[in-house]
Design a protein around this ligand. Structure first.
Ligand SMILES: [Mg+2]
Length: 125
C-alpha cells in the first residue's frame, strides 16, 4: 500500500525539494503552505501516514500544527517529522513533547530523510 505523505512548508522551493525526495522514496505526496491548510487537508482527506512540518509558517506554525494533530485521535497513527534549522534546534524538545516523532535538520540529503523514515518504520526505497 502506498504511504501517503503531506509536506507542510510556506516555502514553495522547500516543498518541492521535500516532495521530490519523498516521491523518489515511493511515497504519495500532497503539499500545504501553512499549518491551517495542512490541518484542513488532514481533516478532509482522512489520515495521512506521514507529515513533514516546517516551523515558521503564517496562520498556524509547526508547533501549533503538531498540537492540533495530536489533539485529534483520528491521527494517532500519523507520524510527524519536524524539519528544522540548527538555530531552531532548542525548540525540537518542545515539538517532541507535543507529540512529534522525529526531526530532520536543514540542510538534509535524501539519504538522511530515508534513514529517518526507516527509523519510523516506513519501508523506503
Ligand atoms: Mg517557513
Amino acid at each position: 500500500m502506498t504511504v501517503q505523505a503531506l509536506v507542510v512548508d510556506d516555502s514553495k522551493a522547500m516543498r518541492m525539494i521535500l516532495s521530490r525526495s519523498l516521491r523518489e522514496l515511493g511515497f504519495e505526496v500532497a503539499e500545504a503552505p501553512d499549518g491551517k491548510q495542512a490541518l484542513a487537508a488532514l481533516q478532509n482527506g482522512g489520515a495521512k501516514d506521514l507529515v513533514l512540518i516546517d516551523w515558521n509558517m503564517p496562520e498556524m506554525n509547526g508547533l501549533e500544527l503538531v498540537q492540533a494533530v495530536r489533539a485529534d485521535p483520528r491521527f494517532a497513527e500519523t507520524r510527524l517529522v519536524m524539519v528544522t534549522t540548527e538555530s531552531e534546534l532548542d525548540h525540537v524538545d518542545k515539538a517532541l513533547s507535543a507529540g512529534a516523532n522525529e526531526y530532520v535538520m536543514k540542510p538534509f540529503t535524501r539519504d538522511i530523510i530515508r534513514d529517518k523514515l526507516a527509523l519510523l518504520g516506513f519501508s523506503v526505497g
